[in-house]
Design a protein around this ligand. Structure first.
Ligand SMILES: C=C(C(=O)O)c1ccccc1
Length: 373
């Protein structure tokens, strides 16, 4: 019987166990450059089967929050090298989540103070995190986006491929394409944000086109066996909505089935919230989604996330439904989560007042077991 502690292959990436660190934005990379503190944070968690870094914008246009690390400055690549070297020295495996926020941004973060871009000129609403004129972190309403011109889309697709190449140059074992949580790819997928009338909008086939073009460009650049994608069929994150999520995502994974990807990462329910949250006219069937992917020839690992604990994660893997499980908050507070699961040790509780921004407090100061012994 397969357990969480058995090795598993994510395409070309071999994991020592099936306990994955989920991507977690922490806003601790001023000027979008990864730093020594970031390296220490990921190194502490290197015993995970796989680390997926926080979202990493592929361009400044794709940046939506202050102090998140990017992949578009030479200094950032050097900074990420510190991270990947530190993790690899501990025998860990790490991929970065390549990201374009689309409409979830603010003009102060955009090149030349431009409007953010999106499939359609429909504001996200909600707030983002910026550095104000006094140099202080502050929350601000997201800025109204403009619709991408048809002639611009190929360039944005190419930006993801360039970001993936930069990730490999920085020493990552691969990338996760951020296709979830109401960001650009999710905005194209879902009818609440995509009301285009060209080949990227309207029908489900048209609305998945951008996601597939990004997947194909990234896979061509670095090899499909090093490419995963994160999806969140029914999340309400960033006010994203879809009237027929099952139909959209069944079609998407059916198309992904022939692309030999490393892994498919699925957020079940509302990201960081209610696992039973759903959109559309019926509860979302995640087992159906996986079955369609496999029937379409999909061999990528099936990675599940959102609200799992050790017991439910063990059930998901032992049943054969999931190949691995991603943990967010538990990895924030427990750098040695794998050992704690293996030894049934108690778990540190995460402090949500230090999730975003700041320094070592609530970031690299959570104690490991040996520190407590
Ligand atoms: C990258 C994020 C996501 O995927 O939701 C994110 C961004 C800001 C805060 C929390 C999470």
């Amino acid at each position: 019987m397969t357990t969480l502690f058995d090795p598993v292959k994510f395409g070309d990436i071999e994991l020592a166990n099936r306990i994955v660190m989920a991507p977690l934005t922490r806003n601790r990379s001023p000027k979008a450059i990864p730093n020594d503190l970031n390296a220490a944070y990921y190194e502490q968690r290197a015993s995970a089967g796989l680390l997926i870094t926080e979202g990493t914008p592929v361009t400044q246009q794709g940046q939506g929050y202050a102090d998140v690390p990017g992949l578009y400055l030479p200094e950032a690549i050097a900074g990420w090298k510190k991270v990947t070297d530190a993790v690899h020295k501990k025998g860990g495996k790490i991929v970065t989540q390549i990201w374009h926020v689309g409409r979830v941004s603010h003009v102060s973060l955009q090149p030349n103070g431009n409007a953010p871009v999106a499939p359609s000129a429909i504001p996200a609403g909600g707030k983002t995190y910026i550095i104000d004129e006094n140099g202080n972190g502050a929350f601000a309403e997201t800025s109204a986006p403009r619709a991408l011109e048809p002639g611009e889309i190929a360039g944005v697709v190419a930006d993801y491929a360039k970001g993936a190449r930069a990730a490999i140059d920085a020493g990552f074992d691969g990338v996760e394409i951020h296709g979830a949580n109401g960001y650009l790819i999710d905005q194209f997928l879902k009818d609440g944000a995509n009301q285009r009338t060209d080949e990227y909008g309207g029908s489900i086939e048209n609305r998945v086109r951008f996601a597939l073009e990004v997947v194909d460009a990234v896979a061509k650049e670095i090899g499909a066996g090093r490419v995963g994608i994160r999806l969140s069929p029914v999340t309400p994150a960033n006010n994203i909505t879809e009237s027929q999520p099952q139909a959209v995502f069944n079609h998407l994974v059916e198309q992904l089935g022939s692309r030999n990807l490393s892994f498919i990462h699925v957020v079940e329910g509302a990201t960081g919230g209610d696992r039973n949250f759903t959109q559309g006219d019926k509860p979302f069937d995640y087992h159906e989604l996986k079955d369609i992917y496999r029937k379409a020839g999909g061999t990528g690992a099936w990675l599940v996330n959102n609200g799992y604990d050790k017991e439910t994660a063990e059930q998901a893997v032992e049943s054969g439904y999931a190949d691995a499980v991603a943990f967010g908050k538990l990895f924030i507070a427990n750098p040695d989560l794998v050992e704690r699961f293996q030894t049934n040790a108690s778990l540190n509780a995460p402090d949500n007042t230090t999730f975003y921004g700041g320094g070592a407090k609530g970031y690299t100061d959570y104690p490991a077991l040996e520190a407590v012994a």
